[in-house]
Design a protein around this ligand. Structure first.
Ligand code: HEM
Length: 281
């Protein structure tokens, strides 16, 4: 299948991957080179798992989860398979983040540092709880074959909005955490003297913001959406929801390409976007 603006999609995809990889490398270099390394010993090296796992899981892997339907190479795969991949990546992300939270609570407890006093921890824990809720609800509504099409269609805009809101909040939480840690930990010379570690880690923060921005850009371009599967009844021109949707069909199982590639089909697909609707099957 052809994609509108394929070259610019590739540019954004490659740039985002570059920034994402760099972010993960920077956080590793930070804790391994500038800080105490990684260990599970109740000490500072255990705390260090917190930023490493959160940036790997909640920023990088979660960013890929958000844009995975946009990869045109996957459009020949069934929507159901792609849903499993999307959900599976979220699951990997949340597992890494839960380990990251255990690390920081364990570290706080062994040093008798109070828990949950900072804005960072409030926003962070809220995001983790809402993210888990979104994951469970979405598995029941969109993955398991139990919910009605109308429920799926009704929840899809909320799913998309919550996903992007939570992702933006994840980036904000990371920035707060990075700032806190730099203020706590960079001494002699202090953070305010801008030593090399501070410049390096400020740069890490910028990498995360740019990566997040690219992911959200890719996810919000209507023209880069996965075309609806063959068998999806598009809405009538006078409105109404898509009704019957056929799941396990791969686009190549049939001969839908004429229809899917036609300008008319593409325009109707964009119309669906304007209505804030997506194929939910
Ligand atoms: C503490 C969540 C990213 C640094 C915490 C706590 C939570 C949390 C819930 C409270 C732990 C406790 O009270 O015992 C998150 C989430 C993140 C994230 C959900 C990502 C979305 C980061 C990053 C850093 C960081 C990237 C960078 C180093 C800290 C620090 C603390 C902390 C220094 C201890 C001080 C405090 O409680 O605020 N985090 N965190 N966090 N986090 Fe994060």
């Amino acid at each position: 299948l052809k994609m509108e603006g394929y070259r610019s999609f590739l540019f954004f995809l490659v740039s985002s991957l570059l920034f994402g990889f760099l972010g993960v490398i920077f956080v590793l270099v930070w804790v391994l080179h500038w800080r105490e390394g990684l260990a599970w010993n109740g000490g500072a090296a255990e705390f260090n798992w917190h930023p490493v796992l959160v940036i790997t899981g909640f920023v990088f892997i979660e960013g890929i989860a958000i844009i995975v339907y946009r990869l045109p190479w996957t459009w020949k795969c069934s929507k159901l398979l792609m849903k499993y991949i999307h959900a599976g990546l979220h699951l990997v992300a949340i597992v890494l983040v839960i380990v990251a939270l255990v690390a920081v609570f364990d570290f706080h407890n062994s040093f008798k540092i109070p828990n949950m006093y900072s804005l960072h921890s409030w926003v962070g824990l809220t995001v983790v709880i809402l993210f888990s809720l979104q994951l469970v609800i979405s598995v029941f509504v969109f993955l398991l074959p139990i919910a009605s099409d109308s429920l799926r269609a009704a929840l899809m805009p909320i799913h998309v909005y919550m996903g992007l809101l939570l992702y933006g909040s994840i980036i904000a939480t990371c920035l707060m955490g990075i700032t806190e840690k730099l203020i706590f930990a960079v001494k002699e010379p202090p953070y305010s003297k801008l030593p090399p570690e501070a410049i390096f880690v400020n740069t890490l923060g910028l990498l995360i913001v740019v990566f997040g921005g690219l992911v959200i850009w890719i996810a919000t371009r209507p023209a880069w959406k996965r075309p609806p599967s063959y068998g999806v009844k598009l809405p009538h021109p006078n409105g109404g929801n898509p009704t019957d949707t056929e799941d396990n069909t791969t686009v190549t199982d049939h001969k839908p390409d004429l229809e899917l590639n036609s300008d008319a089909a593409r325009k109707r697909n964009l119309k669906l976007d304007e209505a804030g609707q997506r194929s939910t099957m």
